[in-house]
Design a binder for this molecule. Structure first.
Ligand SMILES: Cc1cc2nc3c(=O)[nH]c(=O)nc-3n(C[C@H](O)[C@H](O)[C@H](O)COP(=O)(O)O)c2cc1C
Length: 328
């Protein structure tokens, strides 16, 4: 057994690096390349509910003009076409590599798209990651309703599929611990902390809205470390992968020490290419050798919130009070 073997959501991984959902994983060829470079697993580019609906709506606009009687056929065709392409990527990836291939669906409600999940399972995906990233901006927002939507989507999926289900959460919950606990109670195999919102910015010269920094930087890891450190201490029997700001071997070690079984990486692979997977894994091995660990499981959660007392609990510290006293 390799030094770096870990398990995540019931899947056996040769090492803790999962390449996360993005354009890096949108074809069987790219997935094979990542497997060759040593990835422990991949999460495929998400099949977006919006993407499917948008294409369907374009069909409606077209059809309504002259071919209205064809609407049902046309919209069903577009839907199936998208799904079938996605299923082909799963099948071809499973043929060309032997690492776990995790499918991903980005969604908002527990309606029509859930029927895709069974097809994804039948195509050979090893697990399904669900990403329900959305801002809650309505003045009439009912507190807790977004969390309930997560649970209801999960419940519906659990009726249909047997592969592990991984819930990738946004970072916009006031209490992710309660949600993670509910997800575990309803059969989630793992959570990913956290997804990243599409970044907005403003160009002050042109006075227009622009896209902010698309790729993350290493300082973003802190937020995931905090919540992983707290969650892994109090919610048992659910695996955690950290996503967001893991940029080097040190970031992987920190994530595991905080309680993660694995990490999901995206930005750093965009920046440095698949070859960097080996560099990061080698750095983890060097650290393990230096510290005398012979397996990942020996240090998962070793520095989580259970390892600190009230005085030293950095995970739940929020204010910068000491700085006002001139102390660091
Ligand atoms: C260009 C790009 C595309 C992405 N597409 C998806 C996606 O389709 N589904 C998803 O769940 N996350 C998507 N993400 C989010 C990443 O999977 C990841 O969670 C996030 O970038 C944080 O990890 P990082 O700091 O390693 O980049 C995307 C990120 C980027 C930068």
């Amino acid at each position: 057994m390799s030094l770096l073997t870990t398990s995540f959501a019931g899947l056996k991984l040769s090492n803790p690096i999962i390449v996360s959902s993005s354009g890096l994983t949108d074809s069987a060829e790219k997935i094979a390349r990542l497997a060759e470079a040593g990835a422990g697993a991949v999460v495929m580019k998400s099949l977006f509910e919006e993407q499917i609906m948008m294409e369907t709506n374009q069909a409606i606009a077209y059809n309504a003009y002259e071919h209205s009687e064809g609407y049902d056929y046309f919209s069903t065709y577009i839907r199936q076409h998208k799904v079938s392409e996605y299923l082909d990527v799963i099948r071809n990836s499973k043929k060309s590599c032997d690492i776990p291939v995790i499918a991903s669906i980005s969604c908002h409600d527990n309606a029509e798209w859930t029927s895709f999940a069974k097809e994804i399972e039948n195509a050979g995906a090893d697990a399904l990651e669900i990403n329900i990233l959305a801002l809650q901006t309505s003045k009439k927002y009912e507190y807790g309703s977004f969390e309930k939507e997560h649970v209801s989507i999960l419940q519906r999926l659990k009726k249909d599929v047997n592969i592990p289900i991984i819930m990738k959460l946004g970072n916009n919950f006031s209490n992710p611990i309660n949600l993670i606990d509910q997800l575990k109670e309803n059969g989630a195999d793992a959570v990913v902390l956290f997804n990243r919102f599409y970044p907005v910015d403003i160009d002050t010269d042109t006075m227009t809205h622009t896209v902010g920094q698309v790729l993350s930087n290493g300082s973003e890891l802190s937020n995931s470390l905090r919540w992983t450190g707290i969650a892994s201490n109090v919610v048992k029997n659910i695996d955690i992968a950290i996503s967001g700001g893991v940029h080097d071997g040190d970031g992987i070690v920190k994530s595991i020490l905080a309680g993660a079984n694995a990490v999901e990486v995206c930005s750093i692979i965009f920046e440095k290419g698949p070859e960097f997977i080996k560099v990061m894994n080698d750095n983890v091995i060097d650290w393990m050798n230096k510290k005398g660990f012979s397996s990942i499981s020996q240090f998962i959660g070793k520095l989580n919130a259970g390892s600190v007392n009230d005085e030293t609990n950095m995970f739940e510290r929020t204010q910068f009070m000491k700085y006002f006293g001139g102390k660091h």
